[in-house]
Design a protein around this ligand. Sequence first.
Ligand code: AMP
Ligand code: MG
Length: 420
Amino acid sequence: MAETLMPLEDAQAIVLENVDKTPLVEIPVWRAAGSPLAEDVVADIDISPFANSAMDGYALRSADLVGATPEAPVELEVVGHEAAGHVFEGAIAPGQTVRIMTGAPVPAGADAVVKYEIVDVLDGDGNEGSRVAFTAPAKMGENVRAAGEEAHAGDIVMHAGEVVTPAGAGLLSSAGCSKVKVHAAPRVGIISLGTELVAPGVKPGRGQIRDSNSSALMAEALDAGAEPVFFGIAPDDEAAIAELVHRAVAECDFVITSGGASAGDYDYVTALVKREGTVLFDRISMRPGKAITFGLIGGKPYLGLSGNPAAAYVGFEMLARPAIRKMRGFAPAARPVQRAVLTHGVRKRQDRRFFDRARVERDPESGELRVTEAKTQNSALLGTMQRANCLLRIMEGPCELAAGDVVDVVRVDVPEGTEL
Ligand code: AMP
Ligand code: MG
């Protein structure tokens, strides 16, 4: 009889229910780029606090230039200048103008700025004491940026939940905010399990393999917004595993192991969680990554991924990544899913949710999105994951797809919530 496996959606819901947002930390605004804000940020002043010039030129009264033409230019007297840090304190009267630099405050009385390049300097150097001529009228408000164009004092310049961009860090600073509150990057403890594993710097002996999962999972955790912490490799030995898991649970917000997740002779990790905590699931309808344990140990969420590199990758992507994003305060959002045309046939015999490593590309001639699976779906191969930009999703049920059929692909190279 076929085994009844938990649907992926149920497993995802269980994981999300069992993780909480991390405590708030205050960080410099420039460090907050990529993070969702935990609180609204309100401008303490009008931004900009004064009307200012969009051009280097002359500030004047637009009424003075009515009827100006090349044949009948209007002449004005330059009565002062405005430059960075130098403010013209007076007001300009009819017939007067002030030399002004970009960003400088537009003086009282002026309502337009004419750019320097189209003004004729009749005598002097164009500054105070010079006379200048204009050969065309200026519109009221021309080249003047209004005060408070960005925001008014008391306005919310960025809302809680909004993800700060690098330019947004500048906006927060202009609102008087040099530090912001965000949810701390959760500490995610990574452990590799397996007697056959050696550190990447070691040449493996017979029957040994390099621990590649810890590097991949650390990088994935970092990319998801966590602070990964590596706790090392434990051999398939109950006491050694328990020691590392206990240390990680004590120091981290979330613990992820890879290896030892299949119900083989050497599977101690699920037994440990069962004994000391609660197992919330240990099998799901997914390939790769059916053998995946989630539970609580010492009150902390624990995810036990299978050691197969592809299974660990897909398990992290589908279950750990959404959890880390929730802990960081990101609004729930999924990776974008696109419809693409298969370039080859796909047949599956098993009744599980499949995620095959694949590449989707737009055909330059037809404009059509086309997806091609990696040549082999061997779960031990990492190069196929390095080069994949999507996971071809095949839902449960009979699967006999032909070239030209339209399928769903999950874009793992594009951030959650992106419209494609
Ligand atoms: P397991 O989940 O322990 O049954 O492991 C499944 C497969 O993944 C075995 O072939 C392991 O040798 C391999 N494997 C386990 N852990 C790692 C790791 N950290 N890095 C690379 N391969 C691993
Ligand atoms: Mg093993």
